[in-house]
Structure formats: structure tokens, C-alpha cells
Design a protein around this ligand. Structure first.
Ligand code: ADP
Length: 546
């Protein structure tokens, strides 16, 4: 029996002792802020002590509403190592979702960026936020918005020293939490134990996954509220690598400057980010020669991204994962032997979601329980299990029943597997839209559109888009006598009341009736097929699924 459990603590200890001078760099509105693992370790212990004194107990949840920066990273080790649970909240969600998430998680403290204070103030509701005792604003001054019981981060740390002693925690202690949005109903909470994060971190370090090393300079562009920035902050620390955090709303020029000036070797984000960077580089010179790997995930990578980065000598690693899988599940590495294949074949393989990482198992089932052939054609639903795959949602017996089969997670992704074992997503079992790596619930949107008095029926589908992956388009059956000219504006105004800009459909199309299935349900598939060849919105691309 091992004498000690698998927790995050040794990763921090090792980085502090072996790499005290290795840097942690953040882009802030005032310029770059630099510190080292030695300083980081001290600040993390001060924060843990402050949490202790604030009465945060074992298993309590501490929420963050923050971008990617060093202070957010401080909560990554302080909260779980102190025995509490780090709950990262996605600020891009509609207010109602944020209210549900904070209430469901029972967050006791919230760490909020000044630039997101308004988001939190807008979602703030005394009932939904009843568990929140204090809001810690991660800035030097309190913002000019109404946030009850707010205090600045530095004030919260004041008086606390670095001699805090970490508690000994069991591997099954809850360490993290992240909500994922689905087709219907409220977001579902996924909890990460110490052991899950430990296992995921170790897998990320292997060359079979991402192969992160102490010589790496790691820049997660994927938000830290998305499954712990896909685990990069933990893996970079475990390796003793340098961290680079791009701060709030980095644009392609900011990313190029950070890569160039900080010597970034590995970075990660959704396809939209890389399409933006590639476009930016078209007519500008930037020296990205340090960059070795770009991890692309959250949505399928377009082949052109792989080819363009290849031309610059930079390897795209396409990865697939879910909130439920901590998240990395597959990586489209070049499998041994593939170097000998011709370039186009290599690119085709690398554009698939990839090879299962060591430690996980998957199966693909069609018609309920029949395994598919690994021939690259036969398809079915992907099920996955392993030490960093959750086997339940927090407090959601309804979802647990439909989404799990024993230890297997039903991913909702419809995939093929080729004879080499490369998994490729060909469809989604449920009806959600992913725009720039973020979920939009088509059902929620159509219910909102149907609330308009001049609308009889509405269906919303995702239309493939060159920049965002998908964008929503609303198909609307106007009520008799409706003023068709003003209706799209009326619908937009209605949606704006409850949804962020990026949820709003790019177009409203009028139709006579929404196609239905034999049982009378909306058939989005028929709708998609009917309009497959029609240009509906700017930037639309052909539907790969047709
Ligand atoms: P993430 O933060 O990784 O986007 P989510 O839990 O929000 O995690 O979404 C997971 C889903 O996103 C997957 O089930 C899949 O449908 C989609 N997805 C993730 N990665 C990819 C990818 N590389 N290619 C296509 N779809 C992907």
C-alpha cells in the first residue's frame, strides 16, 4: 500500500524546491507582472491561511470569476491544498445560469476580477447568492459597482504569513468543480477529486499526451474557467515549466507578442483563437520560432490550421475532452509509423480527435449496445472511463441516469474509429451549438423566441462557420398577421433581455412550419438538410456532416 495519497501538494512542493526562480508571467492592463515559483509558493500559503481564517472548511466551495492570470493561478493550489474545492465559474454564461451555478455549488467565497465585477453584479441575486459570505475583488481597488461584502485581494491576504502548514488530505478529497451546459435544463456540476487532478496531470506530462517538460514555457489561452484551463496550470507546475498568462481579453497581437517576448513553447486554446492568430500573422512579421506545439481542442480543428502551423514548423496537437474527463481524453499525435505516410494522410489523421491517452478506456456503441467496427466508417456513441473521468453529476440524479452506464460516461459524441485507433467525431447526439468553444443551448433559445407573441413556432440550429465553428440561426414560423418586417428586431430585443450578445442568432429565417418527426418532435436534422445548400449567414462554410 502506498504510504501517501495522490494529491496536488507534491507538485507545488517540487516546483518551489527545484525551480524557485522559474517565472510566472501575466499580461495585465498595466504591463507584465512577473514572479517566481518561490514567490508563488509564499503567496499561495498566505492565501490558504486567509481562507482558513475566513472560516473556509474542508469541502467548502470557493468560486472564481476570473480570466487567466497569476492571482487566479494562486487559487488553483491554495484552495484545493487547503482542503476546499475550487469552483471556476464561466462569466460568459447568461445571468440565470450563473445564479443557478453559484446557488447549486453553495459557494462561500467568490474571487472576482474587476473587469468581471459588472457581470457578477448583473447576475447578483440575494437568494441565489445566499451562500456567498464575501466577494474578493482580484485587483488593487474595489470597482465602482454594487457588490455586497467586497474586499480587495491584497487586503484579504494582508497580515497572513507564508508559514501556513498544508493539511494532509486523502486522494478522494474534492478539489475542484466545473459546470458544463447541456441541451436542456440547468448546467451540470462535475467535481474533481485530488486524485483525479493528480492522474490527469501525470497523463498530460507523458509524451503520449502532451509531453510537458521543465524547459517548456506554457501559455494557456483556454480560459481558466474551462476545466482548469484544460489542466495546463497544474501540469506546468508539476513539470517546473514557466507559466505565461494572457490576462483579460487578449487579442491576436497580444498573443503574438507574448509568444515572441516570453519564448512560449506550448500554448492551448479553441480553434477560433488560432484562426484569429493566423489571420493576424498574414501581413505582419512575428518571430514565433520558440513555439513548438499548439494544442487545439474544445471544437474540431480545421485542417488549414494544421497546415498553416506546419508551414511555420509548429506542431498542432488536436485534442478532445470534456468537463467530465478533466478534460484531456484523446490527442491526435502522430502515431509511431505515421511519419512514413504521405503528408496529406498525416494531416487527415491529425485533424481527427485522436488517440486515447494512456490510463483511459473507451468503447463506441451503436443501436444501444453493439460495438462498432474500427474501420473508420462505422459509427456510434463514444463511452469513456478512467481515473479522471467522473461517474456522476453533482446532485443531478436525472442526468446521472441518462449520461452514465456504470463507470462509463456517455459522451454524446458520435464517432468513428479507424484501424489505427484514431477517434473522429462525426456528430453530436444532442442538440447544442458550440460557438468559439462555448456552448449555446438551441432549445433554450428557441423557447425564448417562441415566447414572442408574434411567433408560432421556432427552431434554432447551428450553422457551420469559418471563424466560430458554429453560429445559431433561428427558423421562425410567424403568427398569423405578424409584421414580418419588424419581427427579427423584435426577437432580437427579446433575447437581449436574458442572453449575452454572442448567444443571439446571426439570422432569423421565416418558414411555414418546423419539420417534425413521426412523434411530433421538432426535427432539426430535416431542417439542417433542407437548408444545407443555402447561404444563411456571412462566414458560413459547407456542413461537414452532410
Ligand atoms: P471543453 O471545455 O473541452 O469545451 P465541454 O465539456 O464544454 O468541454 O465540451 C465537451 C464537448 O466539446 C465534447 O463532448 C465535444 O462534443 C466537444 N469537443 C471537445 N473537443 C473537441 C474537439 N477537439 N473536436 C470536436 N469537438 C470537441
Amino acid at each position: 500500500m502506498p504510504g501517501f495519497d495522490q494529491t496536488l501538494r507534491p507538485f507545488l512542493w517540487r516546483a518551489e524546491r527545484l525551480y524557485p526562480d522559474r517565472e510566472i508571467v501575466t499580461r495585465t492592463p498595466e504591463g507584465r507582472r512577473r514572479s517566481t515559483y518561490a514567490e508563488y509558493g509564499d503567496r499561495v500559503r498566505r492565501l490558504a491561511s486567509a481562507l482558513d481564517v475566513a472560516g473556509v472548511d474542508r469541502g467548502d466551495r470557493v468560486g472564481t470569476v476570473c480570466w487567466n492570470h497569476d492571482r487566479h493561478f494562486e487559487t488553483y493550489f491554495a484552495v484545493p491544498n487547503a482542503g476546499a474545492q475550487l469552483h471556476t465559474i464561466n462569466p460568459l454564461l447568461p445571468d440565470e445560469h450563473i445564479q443557478y451555478i453559484v446557488g447549486n455549488a453553495d459557494d462561500r467565497l467568490l474571487f472576482v476580477d474587476p473587469s468581471l465585477a459588472e457581470t457578477v453584479a448583473s447576475a447578483y441575486d440575494a437568494d441565489a447568492f445566499a451562500s456567498v459570505e464575501r466577494i474578493v475583488v482580484v485587483g488593487d481597488a474595489l470597482p465602482d459597482v454594487d457588490l455586497p461584502d467586497a474586499i480587495t485581494y491584497e487586503k484579504f491576504l494582508r497580515g497572513h504569513t507564508a508559514d501556513y502548514e498544508w493539511p494532509e488530505l486523502p486522494g478522494d478529497a474534492p478539489a475542484g468543480m466545473c459546470y458544463t451546459s447541456g441541451t436542456t435544463g440547468n448546467p451540470k456540476g462535475v467535481e474533481y477529486t485530488q486524485q483525479m487532478l493528480w492522474g490527469h496531470t501525470m497523463a498530460m506530462l507523458t509524451p503520449q499526451a502532451l509531453g510537458i517538460e521543465d524547459s517548456d514555457v506554457v501559455m494557456p489561452v483556454v480560459p481558466m474557467f474551462h476545466v482548469n484551463a484544460w489542466g495546463f496550470p497544474f501540469a506546468a507546475t508539476a513539470a517546473g515549466a514557466k507559466h505565461v498568462y494572457p490576462g483579460p481579453s487578449p487579442d491576436p497581437a497580444d498573443l503574438a507578442a507574448l509568444i515572441e517576448e516570453e519564448g512560449v513553447t506550448i500554448t492551448a486554446g479553441v480553434p477560433t483563437v488560432w484562426l484569429g492568430l493566423l489571420e493576424h500573422l498574414e501581413d505582419r512579421d512575428a518571430d514565433l520560432s520558440t513555439l513548438e506545439r499548439v494544442v487545439v481542442g474544445g471544437a474540431a480543428v480545421p485542417e488549414i490550421v494544421i497546415r498553416r502551423f506546419d508551414d511555420m514548423g509548429i506542431e498542432v496537437l488536436h485534442a478532445w475532452g470534456m468537463t467530465e474527463t478533466s478534460p484531456v481524453g484523446t490527442v491526435a499525435r502522430r502515431k509511431h509509423g505515421l511519419e512514413a505516410a504521405d503528408y496529406d494522410e498525416q494531416v487527415t489523421k491529425r485533424a481527427k480527435q485522436g488517440l486515447i491517452v494512456p490510463g483511459l478506456e473507451f468503447r463506441v456503441l451503436k443501436d444501444g449496445d453493439e460495438p462498432i467496427e474500427w474501420d473508420g466508417e462505422d459509427f456510434g456513441e463514444l463511452l469513456i472511463r478512467g481515473p479522471w473521468v467522473t461517474d456522476e453529476y453533482y446532485g443531478r440524479p436525472d442526468a446521472n441516469e441518462s449520461d452514465f452506464e456504470g463507470s462509463w460516461l456517455r459522451t454524446g459524441d458520435i464517432v468513428t474509429v479507424d484501424p489505427d485507433g484514431y477517434v473522429e467525431i462525426v456528430d453530436r447526439a444532442d442538440d447544442v451549438i458550440k460557438s468559439g468553444g462555448e456552448w449555446i443551448s438551441s432549445q433554450e433559445l428557441e423557447n425564448a423566441v417562441m415566447a414572442h407573441e408574434a411567433v408560432d413556432e421556432a427552431a434554432v440550429i447551428g450553422v457551420p462557420h469559418e471563424r466560430w465553428g458554429e453560429r445559431p440561426v433561428a427558423f421562425v414560423v410567424p403568427a398569423e398577421g405578424a409584421d414580418r418586417e419588424s419581427l427579427p428586431d423584435g426577437i432580437e430585443a427579446l433575447l437581449r433581455e436574458d442572453y449575452p450578445d454572442w448567444w443571439l442568432p446571426d439570422a432569423v429565417e421565416f418558414i411555414d412550419a418546423v419539420p417534425k418527426t413521426a412523434t411530433g418532435k421538432f426535427s432539426k436534422k430535416d431542417l439542417r438538410e433542407e437548408f444545407a445548400d443555402e447561404p444563411l449567414i456571412e462566414g458560413q462554410t459547407p456542413d461537414a456532416r452532410e
